[in-house]
Design a protein around this ligand. Structure first.
Ligand code: SAM
Length: 225
């Protein structure tokens, strides 16, 4: 059974999509998408030999080798323009790694109309990347599984404007304020307050002052939402 996290990613894949799942590991997501009749075909990309072999094995085992092509490649290099991929999923990595994958081979995104990204941490850098590259947030989701909180960002090509707070919290997530959202930012705020307390009696260097101001600003932002 697919994790709730990947099931939520799958929920945002349009019916009939041609999907590239980058960093696919066991290729569980593309297999699920084909079995559910959501994707019409898929590429599973992996850069590491072990997970690549797992993906190949899983696709064989499920008898999906006609629908899913597994490629050993770095990031978007797994996509060939003749694949006509329209949807890219990248899940289970940190935000900065996801952004570096998107930036390395931008030409591979030519025919892509939807990105479904699931950063384990630092979703903020993905929103910054989206803003700078004319992708807009179509939807967002936050969920808790095994005591971890995950965010999912669904992007389409359009212009958007985001405030500083929206870049950090997500424009949709901060409006909806789901329980997982409240939990995540309450935790973060407590962490910042702890750090603030730990530097309370520290020497008054410009670095410490800067850190203090930064933490206070973050705490204020959280309190604002
Ligand atoms: N996407 C799956 C999921 O969400 O469950 C697997 C996540 S796993 C933690 C991350 C995978 O991304 C690993 O298998 C790793 O080898 C792969 N990966 C990391 N950097 C990559 C890159 N530049 N290109 C392709 N795959 C990459």
């Amino acid at each position: 059974k697919l994790s709730k996290r990947l099931e939520t990613v799958a929920k945002f894949v349009p019916t009939g999509a041609v999907v590239a799942d980058i960093g696919s590991d066991h290729a569980y997501l593309p297999c699920y998408l084909i079995h559910q009749g959501v994707a019409s075909s898929a590429i599973a990309g992996e850069v590491v030999a072990g997970p690549y072999e797992s993906a190949v094995g899983q696709v064989q085992k499920e008898g999906l080798h006609h629908e899913i092509t597994v490629r050993l490649a770095d990031g978007l290099a797994a996509i060939e323009l003749t694949d006509h991929v329209d949807t890219v999923t990248i899940a289970g990595m940190g935000g900065p790694l996801i952004v570096s994958i998107l930036e390395k081979h931008p030409e591979k995104l030519q025919g892509v109309t939807r990105l479904i990204l699931q950063p384990n941490i630092h979703a903020k850098v993905i929103r910054e990347w989206a803003l700078a590259h004319n992708w807009a947030i179509l939807d967002e989701e936050i969920l808790e599984e095994d005591d971890k909180i995950y965010e999912i960002l669904v992007l389409q090509r359009a212009q958007m404007e985001l405030s500083t707070a929206e870049i950090l919290f997500g424009p949709k997530l901060s409006t909806r304020k789901a329980p997982a959202f409240v939990k995540k930012w309450t935790r973060e705020k407590e962490n910042w307050q702890r750090v603030l307390l730990s530097i309370k009696d520290a020497e008054q260097t410009p670095e410490i002052e800067e850190k203090r101001a930064e933490l206070l600003a973050l705490i204020q932002l959280v309190e604002g939402v």
